[in-house]
Every structure is written in structure tokens, then in C-alpha cells.
Design a protein around this ligand. Structure first.
Ligand code: FA5
Ligand code: MG
Length: 398
């Protein structure tokens, strides 16, 4: 077991010498597993479900007639905190900026201090809004891979894809420079919000056929008002996107204080899983021919599952130290086993009344998409996991 965990460490060190994302700088928490996902460009593959959906949505927006949406899909996912957070009025103490939630390449002030110059993997495509508006773009669709530290299961993966849409309006139509309060009460603001909702409802009808939808009031620091759109599909409400009228502060930051418009950000996997009946979010990243042979440019077809290999379960229990972050544990699991870890579930939590110490027990589900795993292989992974959590998180195994 210690052999295989040492091998992991060596892998990490040698990657550090050449890598752009694993630098060993202060606060650098990108793992080799994540680095391997960056740059795959799944959304640009014409025969990939994500590429097919992207093209469908782009052609919908550019069939509306009145506005030409520029297509942007090749921007570097490595951005500054300035672009991902500050330009969007996301405050320094926002939970989304914490190293438990975001992959940082560097943090100038150290692990726990936020700075505009920090380098990170974008957590949403909104990170490019301000730059694209500064360049003078009036309407665009910007698609890319985004990264968030998160739990692992069939619908959560630390990398997924978003499409950002922005449309600015003619000031003659909606009004020009005014105070934020005045704008929010104005008919122009209502016009922008109505256009946003009508356009996005039309997009859902185009993709799903007539489908039941509902609007939920939301909060984003960079839009005002803000909404979320849910659709009723296969017996359940599903969140498709977040959107809103662009906040006056965001526009004045890019020198557009006399302009107004809307913005939205949608999750491509969410839509693709439903439209193509893809049951597991990790399938988007597979190299398996049995997956890729099923999809063709321009066609929305139902995925036919190929046989799954059997799962293997292993439990791990430990006393947690103060400040324990489950995401750090999930990350180590992903680092050790990569795609072979299907799920990591907290199955038991217990506090000793005498000592006040808390113990967590997690069940790890190991499964490969393309072969049967041997006991020996699983045991090695589990031992490596046990070693690493002890070393890196200071937990005490039970
Ligand atoms: C955002 O990321 C905002 N930037 C969206 C936005 C853009 C609002 C412009 C206003 C203006 P949120 O975190 O809710 O918001 O994510 C947006 C969409 O991405 C979700 O509705 C969902 O479709 C998708 N999404 C979010 N988290 C995940 C995940 N873990 N896996 C798959 N899809 C996800
Ligand atoms: Mg949301």
C-alpha cells in the first residue's frame, strides 16, 4: 500500500516540473486528475453529445433574426479572480471563492487570502462576460469547461460545461444612463427581463418540445433581478440555468454605464443527460467506442446503455480533526482512483459524548466503465487512500 501511495506522490512531483496548473505555488490545489481533464474540448467535438447540444442552441439563438450572437468557445479556462469574481461583484468572502470550492493555481496571499490576481480554473463561464463586453461585443454565446470542487456521484463531477449568453440592448429602446434604482423601476428593465424569459423559454421548447417550465427568483451578485429556470421532465423539476438583467455595477465597471442587457448561464451536461438519456455524468469523458459510436452531428438520439461492470464497495472510518472539509477527502479519493471511483457517500456520523470527537464513515463505490476490477487492484487503491488521508488531512483512522 505504501508503495502505491509513494508512487502517487512521485507522479505529482514530476508533473509539477512541467505543468502549467500544478506549480507548487502558495494555495495551488489543482490535482493531476483535474489537470488531465483540462483542454479536452468536448464541447467542440461535433459528434459528442455536448457538441451536438451546443450547436443546436447556437442555431436557435441565431435563428431569432434580430440579433447576431457571436460564438466564442476557445477561451483559456485559466483566469484571474478579477475576471471570475471581482468583475462580477462577487465579494472576497463569498463561499464560492474558498479553496474548498475552487481550483487555484496560485493565491498571492496564501491559501486563505483572496486577491484579484489569484489564478484559478474558471468556476463559471461568467468569468468572460466582462472581457467580451469590453471588447465591444453586443451579443455572444460563450461556451467552455468549468471546474468546481464538489462531491462525486452520477450527477456531480468536478468538471462540466457551461454556455454563457449575453445580449445588450439599444439605449433608444430601453433607456440609457440612469441611477440603479431608477433603472430597476423602469419599463426598460421590464422589457429586458421579458425578452430574456421569452428567449429562454423558446430555447427549451426548441430542445424539448413544449415542456412545462417555471421561473424561480434567484440571487446572483452580477444580475438584478435574477432568475432560475426549471423544466418538468421525466416526473421531476430540473434546474437548467441561472440568468438575469445585467447589474448596473457590472456594466459601469466595463465602461458601459449607458447600456443595459441580459445574461444567462446554462449547464450543458444537465440538458444533454435529459435529451440523450445519458444516466451518468462521467460518461461524457469516456473514450469508450460503445459510447461515441452512438452519437452523430445534428442528431438527438437516446443512449442505449451497454452493460455495466459490477461495483466494489469499501468503507473507511476516521476521527475528523477540526476544520475538516469533506471536499478535501473527496479530492484525495479522486486523486487515488480517478474515474474508478463512482461515489463517496457519508454513511455514518457519530460524536463520542465523552471526548466530543466526531467520526465519519464513508462508503466508496469503485467501478470501471470498461472492465471488471480485481480485488487486488481495489485493495491497493483503498490502502493508498487510507495512507493519504492520514498524511494529508491529519485524520485518525478507526
Ligand atoms: C452560475 O454559474 C452563474 N454564472 C449563471 C449565471 C450566468 C447567472 C449569467 C446570471 C447571469 P450556477 O452555479 O447556478 O450559476 O450554475 C448555472 C448552471 O450550471 C446550473 O443551472 C446548472 O445547469 C449548471 N450546473 C451547476 N452546477 C453543476 C454541476 N455540479 N454539474 C452539472 N451542471 C451544473
Ligand atoms: Mg444554480
Amino acid at each position: 500500500s505504501s508503495v502505491s501511495s509513494r508512487r502517487k506522490h512521485t507522479g505529482l512531483m514530476s508533473a509539477a516540473a512541467t505543468s502549467r496548473l500544478i506549480t507548487g505555488e502558495a494555495g495551488n490545489n489543482v490535482t493531476p486528475y483535474i489537470e488531465n481533464l483540462v483542454g479536452r474540448g468536448l464541447h467542440k467535438k461535433k459528434d459528442h453529445p455536448l457538441g451536438i447540444i451546443k450547436a443546436k442552441i447556437e442555431s436557435y439563438f441565431n435563428s431569432l433574426g434580430d440579433t447576431q450572437f457571436e460564438i466564442v468557445d476557445s477561451l483559456d479556462p485559466l483566469v484571474k479572480a478579477q475576471a471570475c469574481f471581482d468583475d462580477l461583484l462577487i465579494p472576497e468572502d463569498h463561499p464560492g471563492r474558498k479553496p474548498s470550492d475552487t481550483y487555484y493555481v496560485s493565491r498571492l496571499g496564501g491559501r486563505d487570502v483572496s486577491s484579484s490576481e489569484d489564478l484559478l480554473l474558471r468556476t463559471h463561464t461568467s468569468a468572460h462576460q466582462s472581457m467580451l463586453m469590453r471588447e465591444g461585443k453586443e451579443a455572444f454565446l460563450c461556451t467552455g469547461d468549468v471546474y468546481r470542487r464538489d462531491e462525486i456521484d452520477a450527477s456531480h463531477f468536478p468538471a462540466f460545461h457551461q454556455m454563457e449568453g449575453v445580449k445588450l440592448f439599444d439605449p433608444a429602446l430601453v433607456g440609457g444612463e440612469m441611477s440603479r434604482e431608477e433603472w430597476l423601476e423602469s419599463p426598460g428593465c421590464k422589457l429586458v427581463a421579458d425578452d430574456l424569459k421569452k428567449t429562454l423559454e423558446g430555447m427549451c421548447d426548441e430542445l424539448f418540445g413544449p415542456v412545462e417550465k417555471r421561473w424561480i427568483d434567484e440571487y446572483f451578485p452580477f444580475t438584478e433581478p435574477s432568475f432560475e429556470l426549471e423544466i418538468y421532465y421525466n416526473g421531476d423539476w430540473m434546474e437548467v440555468l441561472g440568468c438575469g438583467v445585467i447589474h448596473s455595477g457590472v456594466l459601469s465597471n466595463v465602461g458601459l454605464q449607458s447600456r443595459h442587457g441580459w445574461a444567462f448561464g446554462l449547464g450543458l451536461e444537465r440538458l444533454a443527460m435529459v435529451l440523450f438519456s445519458i444516466p451518468d455524468i462521467r460518461l461524457f469523458w469516456t473514450d469508450d467506442k460503445r459510447f461515441h459510436s452512438q452519437f452523430k452531428e445534428g442528431k438527438i438520439t437516446k443512449f442505449k446503455p451497454y452493460s455495466k461492470y459490477p461495483p466494489n464497495y469499501k468503507d473507511i472510518a476516521f476521527w475528523i480533526p477540526e476544520g475538516f472539509e469533506p471536499n478535501d477527502f473527496f479530492e484525495i479519493g479522486r486523486g487515488v482512483a480517478g474515474e474508478l471511483v463512482e461515489k463517496m457517500d457519508l454513511i455514518d456520523e457519530f460524536t463520542n459524548p465523552k471526548t466530543g470527537r466526531t467520526s465519519h464513515c464513508y462508503r466508496i463505490t469503485y467501478r470501471s466503465m470498461d472492465r471488471s476490477l480485481t480485488d487486488e487492484e481495489i485493495n491497493k487503491l483503498q490502502f493508498a487512500l487510507r495512507d493519504l488521508v492520514t498524511e494529508q488531512l491529519g485524520v485518525e483512522l478507526r
